[in-house]
Design a protein around this ligand. Structure first.
Ligand SMILES: NC(=O)c1ccc[n+]([C@@H]2O[C@H](COP(=O)([O-])OP(=O)(O)OC[C@H]3O[C@@H](n4cnc5c(N)ncnc54)[C@H](O)[C@@H]3O)[C@@H](O)[C@H]2O)c1
Length: 448
């Protein structure tokens, strides 16, 4: 192993503080314009390998370390890196080893949602910059702690809400904000598919696969027997580790809505739904309607997994409704659809005819651009410039919170009032109790 001494490594692991000055190395003053960025990957599953493809397509980066609690994922990913770039990264189950290395500038974190906050906070405390996947965290309190740590240790923490780096998402949001489609008073985001009734099926608990540190995979989540339906990839359908479709996909969609309305969060949230069409192990809903109130605008997130009829030709997307027209947006592109006005029912008979308002909006179709390469570029640039990334942790935290709020309103089954400034539900201890959870012993967040 090329790591620094065991004693310093265990210092990060146990105390988690004070090591920044020792290990910040190159990252402390920003990277030189021509220096290669050396990163470690934490979580080498599906998304971790997608990130690798994006980052390793560049000539100015090198992946020198891989950490995964599943030895098979770590080894396969190390082989891919060797095949792509020629170097053999170190591999480990415990990422804390890589946080001590002076040779690593930053870490990319693509672990399940319940494993975003702890490595992010430990990494910035150890002097590393971070790119962490969406949703920012498992709950609101964890996300806030990540911001506090990023600010205190003056580190870059960028989040994988890469749509913000797509030029067509940027153009569409600029069109909404400029008033091009008139007054935008309703935004609809949605995810529709039909996986009924089998879904992911029912699987019994079973033995932990060999080569897996399952206790560490559980980390801060409650202890329980191993089940393949709650493990790789499928963890997202369980509240212990994630937030279901609402936060898995909804965060990408609500992120764009929040950007367009330029708010930190809604004033109120109401949700209704349930597990009504799938007969599998999940405990997150397969059917959900969430209504968010913003000043002058309503946002609704609709999700169904029991019927795949597309909405406006798309199985997911964002629809901005303005008084002059609509903008329909997803990763494939966006469309401006001019509206026409009509006279209200009965008006001619009561008041006589009147001219219709003429809408002078031209239709437009723009092809989508993948945001991943530009998102990686923005992160690398920020490592050098020390500017805040396009999806700084606080921006993505606000978007992630809309998903936490949707899930909290769903669990409580009532309309909630939200104060985005204090990140709390005023005078509502029952709802406030769901903003955080007690981590399993040994996996608590460090004091920042
Ligand atoms: N930005 C995007 O478009 C996008 C796309 C897909 C997934 N994601 C996000 O990426 C994250 C990972 O999702 P996935 O689909 O790749 O899941 P996955 O199950 O395929 O991969 C997660 C990996 O993390 C490893 N892991 C778990 N705990 C660990 C720990 N403590 N230390 C090191 N490794 C650990 C697992 O063994 C696994 O290899 C999720 O938060 C998901 O929301 C983002």
């Amino acid at each position: 192993m090329a790591w620094d001494s065991i004693s310093r490594r265990s210092f990060v692991g146990t105390a988690g503080v004070g090591v920044a000055a020792l290990s910040a190395g190159r990252a402390s003053g920003g990277l030189g314009a021509n220096e290669k960025v050396r990163f470690g990957l934490i979580g080498a599953g599906s998304r971790g390998n997608q990130l690798l493809d994006t980052f390793l397509a560049r000539n100015d980066v090198e992946c020198v370390a891989v950490a995964d609690v599943d030895d098979r994922h770590a080894a396969q990913t190390a082989d891919r890196i060797k095949a792509k770039k020629g170097n053999t990264p170190t591999t480990a189950r415990d990422y804390r080893a890589m946080l001590d290395s002076k040779d690593i500038d930053c870490v990319l974190i693509a672990t399940p949602d319940h494993w975003h906050a702890l490595p992010t906070i430990q990494a910035v405390m150890a002097g590393k910059d971070v790119y962490v996947e969406k949703p920012v965290a498992h709950n609101v309190a964890e996300g806030r702690a990540m911001i506090t740590a990023a600010r205190k240790y003056n580190k870059i923490v960028a989040v994988g809400t890469q749509q913000r780096s797509s030029s067509h998402f940027q153009e569409a949001v600029a069109d909404v904000k400029s008033g091009k489609i008139g007054k935008v008073f309703w935004i609809q985001t949605w995810n529709f598919e039909n996986i009924s009734p089998t879904g992911m099926g029912q699987y019994a608990d079973g033995p932990v696969p060999s080569g897996v540190d399952y206790d560490r995979w559980l980390g801060p989540a409650p202890s329980r027997a191993f089940n393949s339906n709650r493990f790789h990839l499928l963890f997202r359908w369980f509240f212990d580790y994630a937030g279901g479709m609402m936060s898995d996909w909804g965060v990408h969609l609500n992120d764009i809505a929040l950007w367009a309305v330029d708010q930190k969060g809604p004033k109120t949230v109401y949700a209704t739904g349930g597990i009504v069409t799938s007969n599998d192990n999940r405990d997150t809903p397969d059917t959900l309607q969430v209504v968010y109130e913003f000043p002058g605008t309503t946002l609704t997130y609709s999700m169904r997994k029991g019927n795949g009829l597309k909405f406006n030709g798309r199985d997911y997307g964002i629809l901005f409704c303005g008084t002059d027209g609509s903008i329909l947006l997803d990763r494939s592109g966006y469309e401006i659809i001019p509206d026409t006005t009509t006279l209200p029912y009965g008006i001619k008979e009561v008041h006589g005819d009147r001219p219709l308002r003429k809408i002078d909006l031209q239709p437009k179709k723009v092809l989508g651009v993948d945001g991943n390469p530009a998102h990686a570029e923005n992160f690398i640039q920020c490592l050098r410039s020390r500017e805040k990334p396009i999806c700084d942790v606080e921006i993505a935290h606000d978007s992630t919170n809309t998903c936490h709020l949707g899930n909290i309103a769903y669990k409580l089954g009532r309309k909630l009032t939200w104060d985005a400034a204090t990140e709390s539900f005023p005078n509502d201890p029952e709802a406030n109790a769901l903003l955080s959870r007690k981590a399993r012993a040994g996996y608590e967040l460090p004091k920042i």
